[in-house]
Each structure stands twice: as structure tokens, then as C-alpha cells.
Design a protein around this ligand. Structure first.
Ligand code: AP5
Ligand code: MG
Length: 213
């Protein structure tokens, strides 16, 4: 099963993608996580991406398309994958379709986790992410067992650099301009699944898996 997660920053794409990845046994590929790992390891890619990310802007298409197209050719993607945060622009979606088409494959579901802007800033300011393994928490809805410490690996939980309210507003603007048109793109291909992302995490998950099987 080949899945794309759509939705505004903070809609819960990553949260649902991790749960779906476990249920269906297919890899969760988050371009944001890949960039953050590269920034942490101070790679050339990380150095190029950091300025854009900290400003709430998109990293240029040419830095992300080949990376994803290569990643989905890996052996662990033979049974499918869940893309989280990619595609984010129409050219990225077209490049993905082109690469899949060449192998006689296609995206099975584009899942739009729908959350209105007014919910987003509050969600983001409460999010905490592990600086070691990337696991995500929320100070109110999903707190870690021990404050500031990751349940999974014992790493330190931090507020993401781009989760400051000013940057979140910029990310939302960029989302509306460049990423939201993808909803229409996948709707036309008749593989769009829309889910109300303001509901509880488990309810959202059940609504998605009811359709995916
Ligand atoms: P990325 O890391 O993809 O960030 P994003 O799209 O802005 O999305 P987030 O990860 O912030 O939110 P999410 O939807 O995953 O929500 P989460 O599950 O964490 O990208 C970061 C940056 O990298 C971009 O701005 C860009 O610069 C660059 N980039 C990445 N990919 C790119 C690409 N393809 N092209 C160009 N640039 C790219 O949930 C949020 C919070 O809410 C958490 O605390 C969670 O616990 C909580 N929560 C989740 N679900 C619920 C619920 N149902 N109810 C209550 N709380 C919930
Ligand atoms: Mg995410």
C-alpha cells in the first residue's frame, strides 16, 4: 500500500503515519525528519535545508525530489510506504507520479488530515520532540511519562525550532499557497481520503483504517 499524508503543519500527519506504519508493516518516510537528522549531523544537505526550515519556508524541490524517489526504490518499500510531508508542491507530486508510473505503480491513498488553522498554533506550541529519536509528544494531549524525557529512548525533549508561533504562522501561509492545491490534485485522481483531524488521535486512526482495511 502506497500512501501520502496531506495536511497543514501540526495536523497530525506524523502521529498517524507512525501508527499506520506499525499496523501495515510499511516504512514511514518523513522528509522533515530526514532534514532534521541531516541538520543534527551537520551534513551538506542539512546545511542547505536549515535556513529554509527555520524561516518556515519550503526547502527547494530539487533538494527533496531525488532524495524521496531514491528512498522509495529501497528494498523495504517493496510492499509500500507512507510518505509524510512529501509531496508538498505540485511539481513534487508530478515527479513522484512520474517515478511511480515508470514502475507501473501509483499512490493508493492520499490521506488529508484536516485541521483548521485556529487549532494549529496551540498544538504546535505544546508539541515536544525527542532530539535523539524524533518521537513526538504533546504537553497536554500526549505527555511523556517523565517531563522532558523521551519514553522511547531516554533522550531530551525539545520544542522544535520552527514551532515558535511566528514561524508557525509563516508555515501555515506557505501551506495554503503551495501545499493545499495538492488536495485537489489527488481528488481528481480519485484516491483522496479526507479525515477530520480535530478528533482524538485514536478516532482519527480508526476512521483511516476503516477505509484502508
Ligand atoms: P515537517 O517536519 O513535515 O513539518 P510539517 O508539515 O510542518 O508538519 P509537522 O511535522 O509540524 O506536523 P504533523 O502534521 O506531522 O503533526 P504531528 O503528528 O507532529 O517539515 C518541516 C519543514 O521541513 C518544512 O517547513 C519545510 O521547510 C521542510 N520540508 C519537509 N518536507 C519538505 C518537502 N517535501 N518540500 C520542501 N520542504 C520540506 O502533531 C502535531 C502535534 O499535535 C503533536 O504534539 C501531536 O502530539 C499533537 N496531535 C497529533 N494529532 C492530534 C490529535 N488528533 N488531537 C490532539 N493532538 C494531536
Ligand atoms: Mg511531522
Amino acid at each position: 500500500m502506497k500512501i501520502v499524508m496531506l495536511g497543514a503543519p501540526g495536523a497530525g500527519k506524523g502521529t498517524q503515519a507512525k501508527m499506520l506504519s506499525e499496523k501495515y508493516g510499511i516504512p514511514h518516510i518523513s522528509t522533515g525528519d530526514i532534514f532534521r537528522m541531516n541538520i543534527k549531523n551537520n551534513t551538506e544537505l542539512g546545511k542547505k535545508a536549515k535556513g529554509y526550515m527555520d524561516a518556515g519556508q519550503l526547502v527547494p524541490d530539487e533538494l527533496v525530489v531525488d532524495l524521496v524517489v531514491d528512498r522509495i526504490k529501497a528494498k523495504d518499500c517493496m510492499q509500500g510506504f507512507i510518505l509524510d510531508g512529501f509531496p508538498r508542491t505540485i511539481p513534487q507530486a508530478e515527479a513522484l507520479d512520474y517515478a511511480l508510473n515508470n514502475q507501473n505503480e501509483k499512490i493508493d491513498y492520499a490521506i488529508n488530515v484536516d485541521v483548521p488553522d485556529e487549532h494549529i498554533v496551540e498544538r504546535m506550541s505544546g508539541r515536544r520532540a525527542c532530539s535523539d529519536c524524533g518521537a513526538t509528544y504533546h504537553v497536554v494531549t500526549i505527555p511523556s511519562k517523565k517531563e522532558g524525557i523521551c519514553d522511547v529512548c531516554g533522550g531530551t525533549l525539545v520544542l522544535r525550532e520552527d514551532d515558535k508561533p511566528e514561524t508557525v504562522k509563516k508555515r501555515l501561509e506557505v501551506y495554503h499557497e503551495q501545499t493545499k492545491p495538492l488536495i485537489d490534485y489527488y481528488n481528481k485522481k480519485e484516491n483522496l481520503l479526507k479525515v477530520d483531524g480535530t478528533q482524538g488521535i485514536q478516532v482519527v486512526f480508526e476512521e483511516i483504517t476503516k477505509v484502508l482495511g
